[in-house]
Design a protein around this ligand. Structure first.
Ligand SMILES: Nc1ncnc2c1ncn2[C@@H]1O[C@H](COP(=O)(O)OP(=O)(O)O)[C@@H](O)[C@H]1O
Ligand SMILES: O=C(O)C1=C[C@@H](OP(=O)(O)O)[C@@H](O)[C@H](O)C1
Ligand SMILES: [Mg+2]
Length: 172
C-alpha cells in the first residue's frame, strides 16, 4: 500500500489512539497501522525496554523513521505514539494530512493510564507528569491537527463516530 493515510491519529498516551484507530479502520473498511507496533516488531523489544536500554533519544530516532515510513507507505488509518509530534520534521510531514487530535483532561488521563509500566513516561506520579507533559505538548498537537475530538466521558465507539463526523468521511 502506498499513498497518504486516510486518517492520522495524534494525542497523548492513553487517549485511545490505538483503540479508536482500529475501530475507525473497521468502519472505513481500510487497514490499520500503529507506529509503536512497527517499532516493537522491527526491534523485537517492548517500547519500555527500548527506553530503559537505550534512552528516550534513541527511541525518538526510531520513532521518527517509523512515522516517516508509515506516512509514505500506508493509506489506511495510522496511529502515532503520543510523543511523535515532538519532532519538527515529523510535524512538517503532517502538514497537509488529515490529522485527528484525540484529547482528554488530566483526570481522564490518569484513570486510563494509571501506573501502567508499559508507559515509562508516566511511571512515577502520573497526575503531575501528565500535567507537565500536556503543558509541553498541547500546542504541538493543536498545531498539527485538522480537527480535535474530545474523548472525555465517551466510549471508544462514540469517539470513533465523533471522529468520522468531524472529518466528514462516510463509513462503507
Ligand atoms: N474512550 C475511552 N474510554 C475509556 N477507556 C478508553 C477509551 N479509549 C481507550 N480506552 C482505554 O484506555 C487505554 C489506552 O488506550 P490506547 O488505545 O492504548 O491509547 P493510546 O494508543 O492513545 O495510548 C486502554 O486500556 C483502552 O482500553
Ligand atoms: O507520549 C509518549 O511520549 C509515548 C507514547 C507511547 O505511545 P501511546 O501514545 O500510544 O501510548 C509510546 O510511544 C511511548 O511510551 C512514548
Ligand atoms: Mg497507542
Amino acid at each position: 500500500m502506498t499513498g497518504a493515510p486516510l486518517i492520522v491519529l495524534v494525542g497523548p498516551m492513553g487517549v485511545g489512539k490505538s483503540t479508536v484507530g482500529q475501530l475507525l479502520a473497521e468502519r472505513l473498511g481500510t487497514g490499520y497501522r500503529d507506529t509503536d507496533e512497527d517499532i516493537v516488531t522491527a526491534q523485537g523489544r517492548a517500547i519500555a525496554d527500548i527506553f530503559v536500554d537505550e534512552g528516550e533519544a534513541a527511541f525518538r530516532a526510531l520513532e521518527k523513521e517509523a512515522v516517516r515510513s508509515a506516512l509514505a507507505g500506508h493509506d489506511g488509518v495510522l496511529a502515532l505514539g503520543g510523543g511523535a509530534i515532538l519532532d519538527p520534521d515529523t510535524r512538517a510531514l503532517l502538514a497537509g494530512q488529515r490529522v485527528v487530535y484525540l484529547s482528554m483532561d488530566v483526570e481522564e488521563a490518569v484513570r486510563r493510564t494509571g501506573l501502567n509500566a508499559a508507559r515509562p513516561l508516566l511511571a512515577v506520579n502520573p497526575r503531575k507528569q501528565w500535567r507537565e507533559l500536556m503543558e509541553a505538548r498541547r500546542h504541538l498537537y493543536e498545531e498539527v491537527a485538522t480537527v480535535v475530538v474530545a474523548t472525555d466521558g465517551r466510549t471508544p465507539e462514540e469517539v470513533t463516530q465523533a471522529a468520522l463526523d468531524a472529518v466528514e468521511l462516510k463509513d462503507v
